[in-house]
Design a protein around this ligand. Structure first.
Ligand code: SF4
Ligand code: SF4
Length: 130
């Protein structure tokens, strides 16, 4: 016998709007913005529980999938699409971070080179260059 399907439910009174639950949801089933209440789109929630451990106030509960929400078997194709979109977005964000880090590293190298050049002494006078 299979277990009863579940969905996440956010006890809004206890949600502090920290947004930690947003990036971990593989189907982007949680909506909200920093400092605002968050809520779960029950249709898109797979009941995977990934959001539970990241919540600092333990305000996310798993509850039985409501009767008016499509069954997981009906949602499978959509969940796959949502998951692919979620992964693609994470990959783009990661690439953007990587570009930013590379640019930062290059600017540090330039700054270090300038600093080194400034401390080098003039070849004929022996005084530090300014
Ligand atoms: S249980 Fe899984 S799918 Fe549902 S909201 Fe939490 S992370 Fe998203
Ligand atoms: S992790 Fe918990 S407290 Fe933070 S936004 Fe999500 S539900 Fe609200």
């Amino acid at each position: 016998m299979s277990a009863t399907p579940k969905v996440a439910f956010i006890v809004e009174a206890d949600c502090i709007g920290c947004a930690r639950c947003l990036p971990v949801c593989p189907t982007d089933a949680i909506v909200g913005a920093p400092h605002f209440l968050h809520t779960v789109i029950a249709d898109d929630c797979t009941g995977c529980k990934r959001c539970l451990p990241v919540c600092p106030t333990d305000c996310i509960r798993l509850v039985p999938r409501p009767a008016n929400v499509p069954a997981p078997t009906e949602m499978a194709a959509r969940w796959r699409r949502l998951y692919r979109a979620h992964r693609a977005r994470l990959a783009r964000a990661s690439a953007a971070d990587s570009h930013a880090l590379t640019a930062q590293a290059q600017s540090f190298d330039i700054a270090a080179a300038v600093a080194r050049a400034r401390t080098r002494r003039h070849p004929t006078t022996g005084t530090p260059r300014t």
